[in-house]
Design a protein. Structure first.
Length: 545
């Protein structure tokens, strides 16, 4: 009789069962590793939908949304070479500001041929100084060498008050050689549209060649306006100043936020500064000052900050996330490129990109862009500031909740937690500091309001030979209403002086600094700053005749 060892048989079956279970777990694990960590390069790791990518067309060859093409299509809608101010401006500047890598594509998208390399183009002040400092120029009898820093200091002086050619001969020469390009730029300012294509591999890293060039152009127009005021050419001076205002508003049509918007606001600030120089002409007739005020009021408003956040900035953020998603591998350093700081690289380098649910990331980005857009739509500065502050505070708390994921690491975290952690990293990195941009926009708006009141005060002075003791004296003959300080919703500060007046807003910091004008002091000299319009004692100036 054969005796059966039931205990041994039971142990064998148990080992076989354990082996089968282990093999199953191993196979399942290998399948998960393959599907998660070794996702085929061609696989789209996102869902193209309104909730994730916001737009569903056009698509790149790999199935991801082509945000750069979509942004160019939106910005160029209704634009032709005949109504686009940028076309004339490039005729004045020449092609040099556009990097040769993107030059052919840029001008092709603009719908015009690449301008010739050589031509009678605008010469920036620093290049003018360099050309006139060369030994060759000096040997030709072109005059003494000119130092670039000296020229910038002279330009800063000249733009602050009327001047004559004999006062700053180098500046007068600079303006003379730029006469034809500046005429083209003034002509361009009368066009209704501004379309400058976005080129490059990524919206975030796209070059904005016009934004930097326009600073030099607007400065030249303001300097020339001061010269024309000094020479008694009032109408020509006003033409230059209004061209600066129009150019600032045209630039605001750019769908990107950071560089072009800041450039537009800065150019508007220079134009308002030129208005102040003209307002020293307290002997202007009432009819003329009334017309100038009407010209300022007729200017097109700057493009809504909310619209730019909703298109250009949103597309930039979503595209950046998609670039990382399609990068693959265990690190995002290659896909992120210049976008990522070393700190961010270390944080997201712990995880495989494939582990992250990129739909979760895109939805989170859209949520925060929606909140920024809603904040920008608020009707008053106080409401916008409160909404921006709430966004900032909520983001701070959300990031704190996800911080544990960073400490523990992804092996002990859920895919959802890892994806949310990535989302908040990108929100923090990509969603713009809209409160700062909103403050800059509101400062520009307040500045132009003060300029309008300045022309009303000049009209009052034309009739009475003095300025009013209170702003209320301007209504209804010189101004229909007196606006409040947009930052406090309280009356503007106005102080009548024997020889002029001081008019100011407290600005976005809501602190009354007594009309402290930071532009009249050195940078870093003080943290005080109001938005100021001040007219001192009327200086002897040419009459209207």
């Amino acid at each position: 009789m054969v005796r059966v060892n039931h205990a041994s048989s039971h142990r064998g079956r148990r080992r076989l069962l354990m082996f089968a279970c282990g093999a199953s777990v191993l196979l399942l694990g290998l399948w998960l590793v393959k599907s998660v960590f070794f996702t085929p390069a061609g696989r789209v790791r996102i869902t193209v939908s309104r909730e994730t990518t916001r737009i569903t067309r056009p698509l790149c060859a790999d199935g991801y949304v082509n945000y750069r093409k979509a942004l160019n299509q939106t910005a160029s809608d209704g634009v032709t070479p005949g109504n686009n101010a940028v076309v004339l401006i490039w005729q004045a500047l020449g092609p040099a500001p556009v990097d040769s890598t993107w030059r052919a594509e840029y001008f092709s998208l603009l719908g015009i041929p690449v301008p010739p390399t050589k031509g009678e183009y605008f010469v920036a002040l620093d290049r003018f100084a360099q050309n006139n400092s060369s030994s060759d120029a000096n040997a030709r009898g072109a005059g003494p060498p000119v130092d670039a820093e000296h020229m910038w200091r002279v330009a800063e002086q000249a733009v602050c008050h009327p001047w004559r050619e004999a006062s700053f001969p180098e500046l007068a020469k600079w303006l003379a050689i730029n006469e034809k390009p500046l005429a083209l730029i003034v002509q361009a300012s009368a066009r209704p549209r501004w379309y400058t294509p976005v080129v490059g591999n990524q919206i975030l890293l796209a070059p904005f060649p016009l934004s930097f060039s326009m600073r030099d152009v607007v400065q030249a127009l303001c300097v020339r306006a001061s010269l024309r005021l000094g020479e008694g050419e009032l109408e020509d001076a006003w033409s230059d100043i209004m061209a600066c205002h129009r150019l600032a508003r045209l630039q605001s049509q750019s769908p990107a936020l950071a560089v072009p918007r800041l450039a537009a606001v800065a150019d508007e600030g220079m134009a308002c500064r030129a208005d102040l120089v003209l307002l020293q002409y307290t002997h202007l007739s009432r009819a003329r000052t009334t017309r100038m005020r009407a010209d300022v009021r007729s200017l097109a408003p700057m493009t809504s900050l909310a619209d730019i956040l909703d298109t250009g900035e949103r597309f930039c953020g979503l595209e950046s996330a998609c670039i990382i998603a399609r990068g693959g591998g265990q690190s995002t350093s290659d896909a992120f490129g210049e976008l990522t700081t070393n700190s961010i690289k270390r944080r997201i380098g712990k995880w495989s990109i494939s582990v992250i649910n990129w739909d979760t990331v895109l939805k989170a980005l859209n949520l925060w862009y929606d909140r920024c857009v809603a904040a920008a739509h608020k009707p008053t500065h106080a409401e916008r500031a409160a909404a921006y502050a709430k966004c900032k505070e909520d983001l701070k708390h959300a990031k704190a909740k996800q911080r544990l994921t960073s400490w523990i690491g992804w092996p002990l975290s859920t895919r959802s937690a890892t994806s949310n952690h990535m989302a908040y990293i990108l929100v923090d990195l990509l969603v713009p500091a809209e409160s700062d941009m909103g403050d800059a926009d509101d400062r520009a708006s307040m500045n132009i309001t003060l300029v309008e009141l300045g022309f009303s005060l000049a009209a009052y002075h034309a009739d009475h030979g003095t300025f009013p003791t209170a702003l209320s004296a301007l209504t209804p003959d010189y101004a229909a209403t007196i606006p409040d300080d947009m930052f406090t919703r309280k009356p503007l500060h106005y102080l009548s002086k024997k020889d002029g007046y001081l008019l100011y807003s407290v600005g976005p910091d809501l602190r009354d600094d007594g009309g402290y004008d930071l532009s009249l002091h050195r940078a870093g000299e003080s943290d005080r700053e109001d938005i100021v319009l001040q007219v001192p004692a009327p200086a002897p100036v040419p009459t209207e005749e």
